[in-house]
Design a protein around this ligand. Structure first.
Ligand code: 26Q
Length: 840
């Protein structure tokens, strides 16, 4: 050890921080006074949250360092999850759980006269994502840390996350989510790893000092990317991985022209453009919107992350890249970060002087692409003109990739110009576009869908030409969710019951839940199971009453649909059923009635007119039903505003019935379906996405199936006449009449004509009318099943028991075994694992 190393060692040589409740009390007090400067016991509860969060963060820090040291020392293969979204939600409860400090924290707070559950509520959700794709990234990093896989998440530190939603007169209103106001305890700025990102300018060809022809990107406008790191703790294993989020900042080079002309303020103001890049998350989750700022965000993430990885590589290996693809893999979360393919090529060639073939070999063996959608309108395309203005050098490379790819095609399929046109990365037409999915496919060694049906449909449909060319690249990786957050943390009563019966191995081995199957015949166990569900329903009822002003009786069946609002997810169909139930009540057709509380929640993209109308319809229907004395407890319905991760933590444990009712072939996977199943809800669903696998696991008797299959959906389209279906079905006709006669829009007749019109339209892509009857019948089956308490208890237990497949631990093991090939690494000294007496 050199003297300098010895000196460095001293500053990090801190005694291990204690983990008893007394140690925690001390830590909380110290941060409250010394970090936050709070001298009196002020009534601002948020400072108490922050003090606790700092105390917990202290307990992550040394494991974080040990994990980094271990990764560096082992120098094994590493993976990078590139994603424009990480929908993390709150971090405090998760950190406490994963550190195994649950009981000690509760006790410490109790000694300080504070309540953990109240303090937890002070944290704002990190809402840096739209929905499924962003939350999946968050579950993935949790599972990777738990599996001790060396995986780093790379994303953008948006100043404003997903908008907050409130309802005014039944309509969605959006409020900006300035989530960082009040500070973020969990992030650490690492400005020493700042990267410089180029935009604009042009490519210049020149001869280097060895006389070789090379290219450089000149006259660019540069932006800085400053990394902020968030610790990602594994479950009681001493591993803490990293989520690195980039914030954009202006360079210090003032616009000299303006500056010299005396416009000092103007030149400083022009820094704005740079700082805007990481300002806001696009709240669009299914259709491309082609905005320049979005492409800037994508390139900003791709370039900063790749430069960061190459920086670390060169630090250790110098400029020898022969082993790079054996030791690094990038997983692209949809096409959003796909410009990475060209960016890696660019840096390897322009900055490190690799030849095209060397750089391409590395790129093609390093990139892997996950697709999350089957909707053709959601496939990203960027206009060539925008690309050439913003990223001229990157576009050169994309053209070259495409040129070489088309040559391969021409050799393989001589004369088949039509195929070349179809498969070209550059789409020809009035305006040329770059097809990002095709760039991802050509540049990657692995392409996966997110549920078996989805992966099958990709190779049969959207990507059929590519599958024919490279069948070995395509594979399936069925999604999952992390049971740490979605059971152990959010469903304490059920977790305690399960652990008391089968132990707590399920927290890291979800298949262990299968043992619950043996308990379904135990009446006492079933009663305790129901008691947990009831407790969770009471908790949700309180929240619903607070935020919606409607009383949900825990005796009723809780029927829940929460997800983004989209026509393909068919919240319309749900509301048609609710209206049908209302109609039955009004007609007095209520023999053997099952009381129901229907909850629908989700955000609509701000520019998505139909989705916003659907929200309005739900609210108007709720207004009529909830205030009708004839209805009473038989039926309640609310639109739950501002659905988000922390809301789902209360909703999922309380659900009896999970609505997964998309048009078959449209929902790539779904992940809410898995959270509900895990928490003992029954699914009513179509044969779509991961529903199919859920039904396979739990058995057909424990799943309410309805609707057309994917094949039937495609077969019916040419002869689809919804008006005939409606006319032939008395119940359906009455429901449509109620909406169309203005019963739910008394002072605004015709308000919902766009919705009813689309249901009646023969080319309704979502085939709502086609599935109405079988949906209503399946709902009736569910209602009857609910009346048989014992039967329902059994089904509920079996849903949890067979949810093992849907852990992201399994998903990550699949990615690792078949795509990444990483070796798990244990941090050398496991001081961060809680002392044994705290673990058991
Ligand atoms: C693209 C371009 C410009 C602006 C925004 C976007 C954009 C952003 C987010 C497009 C799509 C998304 C999100 C998609 C998404 O969440 N898909 C869901 O992914 C889940 C995880 O795999 C699946 O379970 C869902 O089925 C799928 O809909």
């Amino acid at each position: 050890m050199t003297e300098q190393e010895a000196r460095m060692r001293r500053i990090t040589d801190v005694p291990c921080v204690g983990k008893t409740s007394a140690d925690l009390v001390q830590g909380i007090q110290r941060h409250y006074l010394r970090t936050l400067g709070q001298h009196t016991s002020s009534h601002v509860k948020n400072y108490k949250y922050q003090a606790l969060a700092f105390a917990i963060r202290d307990r992550l820090m040394e494991c974080w360092k040990n994990t980094k040291d271990a990764y560096e020392e082992q120098d094994g293969k590493r993976a990078y999850y590139l994603s424009l979204e990480f929908l993390m939600g709150r971090a405090l409860g998760n950190a406490v759980l994963n550190l195994g400090l649950d009981e000690e924290v509760v006790k410490a707070l109790h000694d300080l006269g504070l309540d953990f559950e109240e303090i937890v509520e002070e944290e704002r959700d990190a809402g840096l994502g739209n929905g499924g794709l962003g939350r999946l990234a968050a579950c993935f990093v949790d599972s990777c840390a738990t599996l001790q896989l060396p995986v780093t998440g790379y994303g953008i530190r948006y100043e404003y996350g997903m908008f907050r939603q409130h309802i005014e007169n039944g309509y969605q209103m959006e409020d900006p989510d300035h989530w960082l106001r009040g500070g973020n305890v969990w992030e650490v700025e690492r400005s020493e790893y700042t990267q410089r990102i180029h935009f604009g300018g042009r490519s210049e060809y020149y001869h280097d000092d060895q006389g070789d022809l090379r290219v450089r990107w000149v006259d660019s406008n540069d932006v800085l990317a400053v990394p902020f790191d968030t610790p990602i703790p594994g479950y009681k294993n001493g591993t803490v991985n990293t989520l690195r989020l980039w914030k954009s900042a202006a360079t210090d080079e003032f616009d000299l022209g303006e500056f010299n002309a005396g416009d000092y303020a103007g030149s400083v103001a022009s820094k704005n453009e740079a700082e805007h890049i990481s300002m806001v998350l696009y709240p669009n989750d299914s259709s491309e919107n082609g905005k320049e700022l979005r492409l800037r965000q994508q390139y900003f993430l791709a370039s900063a992350s790749i430069k960061d990885v190459l920086r670390q590589w060169v630090n250790v290996h110098g400029e020898d890249f022969s082993e790079f693809s054996a030791k690094n893999v990038f997983q692209l979360n949809d096409t959003h970060p796909t410009v990475s393919v060209a960016e890696l090529m660019r840096i390897l060639m322009d900055d490190y002087r690799l030849t095209w073939d060397e750089a391409w070999d590395i790129t093609q063996h390093t990139m892997a692409y996950t697709n999350h959608t089957l909707l053709p309108e959601a496939l990203e395309r960027w206009s060539v003109s925008l690309f050439s203005r913003l990223l001229p050098r990157v576009l050169d490379i994309i053209y070259e990739i495409n040129g070489r790819f088309l040559t391969v095609l021409a050799q393989k399929y001589p004369g088949d110009v039509e195929r070349q046109r179809r498969m070209s990365i550059i789409e020809e037409g009035d305006v040329q576009h770059v097809r990002m999915a095709y760039l991802a496919i050509v540049g990657s060694f692995s392409i996966n869908g997110v549920a078996q049906l989805h992966s099958d449909l990709l190779v049969e449909g959207l990507f059929a030409d590519f599958y024919k060319l490279w069948p070995e690249k395509f594979n399936n990786k069925t999604n999952g969710v992390t049971q740490r957050r979605w059971m152990a943390w959010c469903n304490k009563p059920l977790s305690a019951l399960i652990s008391s019966e089968i132990g707590d191995d399920w927290i890291t081995q979800l298949n262990e839940l299968q043992q619950l199957e043996l308990l379904v015949d135990d009446a006492n166990f079933r009663e305790r199971w129901s008691a947990c569900k009831r407790q969770n329903k009471e908790r949700l009822s309180k929240v619903v009453e607070e935020v919606c002003g409607v009383r949900f009786s825990p005796d009723a069946m809780f029927d829940i649909q929460v997800k983004r609002i989209h026509e393909y997810k068919r919240q319309q169909l749900n509301i048609l059923h609710v209206i049908h139930l209302y109609d039955r009540i009004k007609r007095g057709d209520t023999a053997n009635w099952t009381n129901r509380c229907v909850l629908i929640g989700g955000k609509a993209a701000p520019g998505y007119y139909m989705a916003k109308q659907i929200i309005k319809l739900i609210n108007n229907v709720a207004e009529v039903i909830n205030n009708d004395p004839d209805v009473g407890d038989k039926l309640k319905i609310v639109f739950f505003p501002n659905y988000r991760v922390s809301a789902m933590e209360i909703i999922a444990p309380a659900a009896d019935l999970s609505e997964q009712i998309s048009t078959a072939g449209k929902e790539a996977s779904g992940t809410g379906n898995m959270k509900f199943m895990m928490n003992g809800a029954m699914t009513i669903g179509t044969l779509d996405g991961a529903n199919i696998e859920i039904r396979e696991e739990v058995g057909r008797d424990n799943f309410f199936l309805f609707g057309l299959t994917t094949d039937e959906v495609e077969a019916i389209r040419p002869n689809y006449v919804p008006n005939n279906i409606i006319a032939a079905d008395e119940d359906f006709k009455r429901v449509m009449d109620l909406i169309e006669c203005g019963h739910f829009s008394q002072f605004e007749p015709g308000l919902f004509a766009p919705i009813t019109g689309s249901i009646r339209c023969h080319d309704d892509p979502w085939l709502v009318a086609a599935d109405f009857r079988s949906y209503i019948d399946a709902q009736q089956e569910a209602a009857e099943a609910y009346q048989d308490k014992e039967r329902w208890q059994r089904m509920s237990i079996l849903n949890t028991a067979y949810s093992g497949k849907f852990s992201t631990d399994r998903t990550m093991e699949d990615y690792n075994r078949e795509i990444w090939h990483l070796t798990p690494i244990r941090p050398k000294d496991e001081t961060c694992v809680p002392p044994r007496h705290l673990c058991d």
